[in-house]
Design a protein around this ligand. Structure first.
Ligand SMILES: [Zn+2]
Length: 565
């Protein structure tokens, strides 16, 4: 997903104003400037726990496959369908948690020839097996459901169904569900930790004059002449995260393309509305540039088997796996804005670059818990500047990543509350990107850094992970203990301040507002010459061979610096 375009600037400005006022007041009263680490565990509801944690009723079975069949009944804005859930038991069990949010309702659950009993508890159903299912067996149930699903008020930030019309008045329908969860439109195990290992089949029935586009490859289309309906059968053969599953319905046409990539020929499709064809053929050339840059930085595109698609929709965009959705007006920038306010943002199509970066970070490597959403958004934000570096050089990339700092609020930590489906601060985007950029400076070896990014994608391929796994992987491969850096930027709202005093041939410096043990090395320019210093919480003094006329911290390190007397 992309950071909300319009809140981004206005809120960061008011945020800065608020911060300035607090600092001004603190200075006036000579108070220490305390920065809070917010406790976020208050008022967690039982429903949030059920949604956000691996409950005992989820833990005993491992997802192998979903087969979702769903009909979109346009005139009544209803859905009707079923999901066949194939699983392997990790432990014996007889009670299964299946998520489906009202007003949708499960109508029947079958297990072979038997019908299973179920009970509802808000967004959750408890499905009871006739008898205990033993450990180590493969089994399946079919969950039937229907109803009027929640309509999205602000896609993709508020999920649900968008029952819209295109510019020419034809039906144009999209699903979005990041955050709120896929159970807003289909029944499933709605938690990031478990993905169907063998992928998913998505069969969508729509009126015969419309086309339904979903993830993966279109295997076949059935035409029911009497009912005047078409069913589109799509198939994903790789594991897929729930929120990455989507359906888009409209008067689509398909433009095909190919890319000669690191794993051979990648099949590409652009599903657009007929009047968008010309604009799409021009703007979507960005896809080749994106693939070239990201295969260089991150390794091969992770889903060659499922192909790559761009599908036009009525909202800005979303990282739906192998079916990236696009609504960025066929223009560079992000909804005609420049995220860095430095001009570089207009050199590329933000949605194609950002949402496709999620194919590596988000879809290939997926978070187990929503509190670790920065693994998706921090890296996708960071990928924007790697794209810029690949195509336009380091200086533009640095302008870009430094420029995006204007959106950082430091309101709450980047990591959210585990086990609750609560994400951390929106800072996970620009601050997450700047943290990774800062870590690259610490490692100070571009080839090693690139091998770490590629290594993450190879070693965690098609897996769900935790922040700790990412941290320890980077630390191990870098050969540098980065734990305090991750703690500082992911778990506090504090930005390190380097206080320094220049006097003749000496400079004294110290870090303030840092976690205990924080000692990040910095590249600084003294009289125009680069020097590495390693400040910590104790004041240190550097003797320089000549009179110090200028002292400047390299801008790529995300810290604040303050000259004192
Ligand atoms: Zn994103």
């Amino acid at each position: 997903m992309a950071l909300t375009a319009f809140n981004q600037e206005t809120d960061s400005r008011t945020g800065d104003m608020r911060k300035l006022k607090i600092i001004a007041l603190a200075l006036l009263l000579q108070l220490p400037i305390a920065v809070h680490v917010f406790a976020q565990t208050d008022n967690v509801t039982p429903q949030e726990r059920l949604r956000g944690s691996v409950t005992p009723e989820r833990e005993w079975w491992d997802l192998l496959h979903y087969n979702l069949q769903v009909e979109f009944i346009l005139e009544r804005r209803r859905l009707r369908g079923s999901n066949t859930i194939t699983f392997r038991t990790l432990k014996p069990g007889n009670k299964m948690q299946i998520d489906l949010q009202p007003p949708l309702a499960i109508t029947k659950v079958t297990h072979g020839d038997a019908e299973l009993r179920f009970e509802r508890d808000g967004n959750v159903y408890w499905v009871m097996f006739e008898k205990e299912v033993p450990q180590g067996v493969e089994d399946k149930i079919e969950v039937f459901y229907e109803g009027i699903p929640t309509a999205s008020k602000n896609p993709p930030w508020e999920g649900g169904i968008t029952w819209g019309r295109d510019d020419l008045g034809d039906p144009f329908i999209n699903t979005t569900c990041e955050g709120i969860g896929a159970s807003i439109w289909w029944p499933n195990k709605d938690h990031g930790a478990d993905e169907p290992d063998r992928g998913m089949q998505i069969s969508v029935t729509v009126p015969e004059n419309l086309v339904a586009v979903s993830n993966g490859r279109l295997k076949k289309t059935d035409h029911d002449v009497a009912a005047k309906k078409n069913t589109y059968h799509w198939e994903v053969v790789n594991p897929i995260n729930n929120y990455g599953v989507n359906v888009n319905i409209g008067n689509y046409i398909n433009l095909s393309d190919k890319y000669q990539g690191k794993n051979g020929v990648l099949d590409i499709e652009y599903w657009v509305l007929p009047h968008q064809k010309e604009a799409a053929m021009k703007q979507f050339k960005e896809v080749h540039r994106m693939l070239e840059a990201f295969e260089y930085w991150f390794g091969k595109y992770p889903f060659y088997e499922d192909g790559y698609k761009l599908v036009t929709v009525s909202y800005p965009g979303m990282e739906h796996q192998s079916s990236v959705t696009y609504g960025n007006w066929f223009r560079n920038g992000y909804l005609q804005r420049d995220p860095c306010a430095c001009g570089v943002g207009f050199k590329f199509d933000f949605i194609i670059v950002h949402e496709s970066a999620h194919e590596w970070f988000g879809n290939n490597i997926s978070m187990k818990d929503a509190a670790d959403m920065w693994i998706h958004e921090g890296f996708a934000n960071y990928a924007e500047n790697l794209f810029v570096e690949y195509h336009f050089g380091k200086n533009d990339a640095e302008d870009y990543v430094v420029g995006t700092r204007r959106s950082i609020r430091n309101d709450r930590p980047i990591i959210g509350t585990y086990g609750t489906n609560r994400e951390g601060s929106g800072d996970m985007y620009p601050k997450g990107g700047n943290m990774l950029h800062t870590i690259r400076q610490i490692i100070n070896d571009d080839e090693k850094w690139r091998s770490i990014l590629r290594g993450l994608n190879a070693d965690f391929r098609h897996q769900t992970v935790t922040t700790e796994q990412i941290e320890s992987y980077i630390t191990k491969k870098a050969g540098i203990d980065l734990s305090k850096i991750f703690d500082q930027y992911l778990r506090t709202t504090k930005i390190p301040v380097l206080k320094y005093t220049v006097s003749g041939k000496t400079v004294s410096f110290v870090y303030e507002r840092v976690v205990p043990g924080f000692a990040m090395p910095l590249r600084v320019m003294i009289n125009g010459k680069e020097t590495v210093i390693t400040p910590n919480e104790s004041k240190q003094t550097l003797d320089y061979p000549e009179e110090i006329k200028s002292f400047e911290v390299n801008r790529n390190f995300y810290i604040q610096s303050e000259k004192t007397n």
